[in-house]
Design a protein around this ligand. Structure first.
Ligand SMILES: C[S@@+](CC[C@H](N)C(=O)[O-])C[C@H]1O[C@@H](n2cnc3c(N)ncnc32)[C@H](O)[C@@H]1O
Length: 219
């Protein structure tokens, strides 16, 4: 495993037009209705960063309660789709790599990442979180949402590397197959990665998703 994630970036660029199909899978609908109500309540009145925002499925719900959102992603095509959604608060977009958050000058009251932590190599999770925490204000709210292992029923794990990262071979409509890093961190792994840098941790296990939230210390 190298830190070169260029194949995954290409995969999401080519998948942009059909990405939202994942939100139409029947087995996800009950969980999604709950999450669509719950997640925005956690960011009410806040200026937040949305990491790897993609086509903006969550941005649209977040915008109902946030004061402002900066949505970043490496793929301009998905950010254009994001901007075409109904957005109820000011939403800015920027093409920025999630592993280069030090490029951001702004300091945020909160951060959200949907279906992103699963794509972070285990060996990069600590440095990703350190950089994210460094651009948040004291007492900021963080919330990560991601797939539960049930997702492997649609996309089985095809291999695992020496660092313990797992991979799925994903086929696009044009027949091309892309090997994509997809991890399923346990609650214990998430808590271990954040216990010194966060407080008030909460983990929610759902049928199709998990949700992990905490705050940066107040001082
Ligand atoms: C699974 S999608 C999640 C999209 C959205 N957050 C959601 O929940 O629907 C992953 C997103 O990560 C983006 N991405 C991939 N590598 C990235 C990186 N290094 N930095 C920022 N975004 C990246 C892809 O372009 C894609 O939009």
């Amino acid at each position: 495993m190298t830190d070169d994630d260029s194949d995954m970036k290409r995969y999401y660029r080519d998948r942009a037009p059909i990405y939202d199909r994942v939100y139409a899978y029947p087995e996800r609908q009950d969980d999604l209705r709950y999450l669509e109500r719950y997640i925005p309540t956690q960011f009410a009145g806040l200026d937040i960063l949305e990491v790897a925002a993609g086509t903006g499925y969550w941005t649209s719900f977040l915008s109902r309660t946030c004061r402002s959102i900066l949505a970043i992603d490496t793929e301009p095509a998905v950010l254009r789709q994001l901007q075409s959604r109904p957005l109820a608060c000011p939403v800015a977009t920027r093409v920025i790599d999630a592993f280069q958050l030090d490029r951001l000058e702004q300091r945020f009251d909160g951060a959200f990442a949907g279906l992103w932590i699963s794509h972070v190599p285990k060996q990069r999770l600590g440095s990703f979180l350190d950089r994210l925490h460094s651009i948040l204000k004291p007492g900021a709210t963080l919330l990560f949402l991601d797939n539960s292992p049930v997702q492997c029923g649609r996309l089985p794990i095809t291999c695992t590397d020496q660092a313990g990262n797992s991979y799925q071979d994903r086929r696009l409509d044009d027949g091309s197959v892309h090997r994509v890093l997809k991890n399923f961190p346990s609650e214990a792994e998430l808590r271990a990665a954040t216990h010194t840098s966060g407080v008030d941790h909460k983990y929610l296990r759902m049928d199709n998703f998990w949700l992990f939230q905490y705050r940066t210390p107040a001082h």
